[in-house]
Design a protein around this ligand. Sequence first.
Ligand code: PMP
Length: 306
Amino acid sequence: MFQGVDELWMDGEFVDFDDAQIHVLTHGLHYGSGVFEGVRCYDTADGPAIFRWEEHLERFYQSGKPYDLDIPFEPEELTEATVDLIRREDLESCYIRPIAFYGYNSLGVSPGDCPTRVAIGAWPWGAYLGEDALENGVDVMVSSWRKHASSQIPTNAKTTGLYVNSLLATEEAKGNGYTEAIVLNKEGNVAEGPGENLFLVRDGEIYTPGLAESILDGITRRTAIELAEDMGYTVHDEATISRGELYTADELFFTGTAAEVTPIRSVDDNVIGEGTKGPVTDEIQSQFFDLVEGRLDGYDDWFTYV
Ligand code: PMP
């Protein structure tokens, strides 16, 4: 995955790939005390452009708050570092991974005087669930693992430690021959995918679990809601969706920076709709790619040009 990556940005400077190292006694490694982002830069007619960078950056800082993890760089510095990194790496489209975590000083659970370390990497990354997934959809299973409740851990923060739950759900799905999982929340309602938000289409209207369902406030979710509303759809963005409603949906799709807009063609071997990309999903997906690849007017504010 990292072939061809020459440099990363770390704690204020560009470092060679091989030198981007941390100590094995790093707090973040032991306790998952880090926060991160996943962002995409698309190749547009006006050159490489980072999609909704400002919102990702905002979420990055906000994610650190419950953990008193103060990112010791101004947003402008991280923006400049990222734009420079993409230029130095000569990338046209890429995935960008900013991470901040408690570093090395002590290993009490309280991070005490551990410094906050910050790094940014960028590399080409195609369709997360595969090109075929974007076209034909994925087969998913409802995981037997539940999401953390937001009363147990802030689920609106993109914390590194949270992702062991995603790992369990993903591995369970893959081990059973599925491409991806759907994870229910503690109440047993639909939350999201391990790295995606979920949308359901029924009778021409669109439903997605609300933030109170222990989901991440996905930026692609916000984008899909806005695009769908602009296209005239009614979007219920605080829906509570039961497991059974998944099976009888007309269409289902995932959204995420990595997964973009990926149709779901079956859940627990129940075929959804015609078992392929549905018409509403198709419309939103093609509008999404027109948007991120810079073919729609009026969304300039959402791009940071490299
Ligand atoms: N939920 C989870 C658990 C995720 O990890 C992600 C990916 N960041 C998403 C939803 C989608 O969020 P976004 O659209 O901001 O990438």
